[in-house]
Design a protein around this ligand. Structure first.
Ligand code: KIV
Length: 272
């Protein structure tokens, strides 16, 4: 039987591993606020990621680096209040887990306590293993994130496809295995060649959720503002736009402005 919408009341990390076993693809989208998360959850999404992409699409920053732990908790708590079915994963923001596993644990505990999230996500492999282990030892589910890791943009210098060269591809595969062995329940794999992504998905037993990683992985994730066409200037090859919400909302706002100016709004029925 499919694990889709009708048969699962609440998506857990265990449900996700069953989905991988059964070959059922996992759907994941970002959300950052109550209203959007309500729509996304009622549509039947499996996982909602409260991504640090909130730094870009909600706050207008160029990178994901400026967003703070308090801000991620605010977004996470808003999403959790809306959700009835999806698993909610909240990103650990830049500077709250790298290089200090005690801080990583404290940051994760704050996310679990104050946002009531189901899990945390962090970027990196062997470099953050100590932090991953310490968070997991407190019973907090961890999702990894390999390939293009936007928090390291200043190290990479570009948002281009990662792991095209053999050495980087080898390290990525090793990192995926390290994260699996440590006990991560899934890994996001961003912007890597599809053949490599497929190989990674076949080499580990935990679900690999791709973004710009082709169709050979166990699920897909997109930033909701990108797939709905709210953002306009971001157009990587992997992005499929399901709507042009920018144009729709702009059109509605223009009509409203016109109605106000022409005194058409409010009419007799729209007043007391
Ligand atoms: O922050 C985010 O939205 C993400 C996705 C791009 C996977 O990490």
């Amino acid at each position: 039987m499919s694990i889709h919408k009708e048969s699962v009341k609440r998506v857990t990390t265990h449900v996700l591993s069953e989905m991988k076993l059964k070959g059922e693809k996992i759907s994941m989208l970002t959300s950052y606020d109550y209203s959007m998360a309500t729509i996304v959850d009622r549509a039947g999404i499996d996982v909602i990621l409260v991504g640090d992409s909130a730094s870009n699409v909600m706050a207008g920053h160029e990178t994901t680096l400026p967003i703070t732990l308090d801000q991620m908790i605010y977004h996470g708590a808003s999403v959790v209040r809306a959700v009835q079915r999806a698993l909610v994963v909240v990103d650990l923001p830049f500077g709250t887990y790298q290089g200090n596993s005690k801080e990583a644990l404290n940051s994760s505990i704050r996310i679990m306590k104050e946002a009531s999230a189901d899990a945390v996500k962090l970027e990196g492999g062997s470099e953050v293993l100590e932090s991953v282990n310490r968070i997991l030892s407190a019973g907090i589910p961890v999702m990894g994130h390999l390939g293009l890791t936007p928090q390291s943009i200043h190290k990479f210098g570009t948002y281009a496809v990662r792991a095209k060269e053999e050495e980087e591809a080898k390290k990525l595969l090793e990192d995926a295995k390290l994260l699996e062995e440590a006990g991560c329940f899934a890994i996001v794999l961003e912007k890597v060649p599809a053949t490599l992504a497929k190989k990674v998905a076949e080499s580990v037993t935990i679900p690999i959720i791709g973004i710009g990683a082709g169709n050979g992985v166990d699920g897909q994730v997109l930033v909701i503002h990108d797939m709905l066409g709210i953002t306009q200037e971001f157009s990587p090859r992997f992005l499929r736009r399901y709507h042009n919400l920018f144009a729709e909302i702009k059109g509605a706002v223009e009509t409203y402005i016109g109605d106000v100016k022409s005194k058409d709004f409010p009419n007799e029925r729209e007043q007391y």
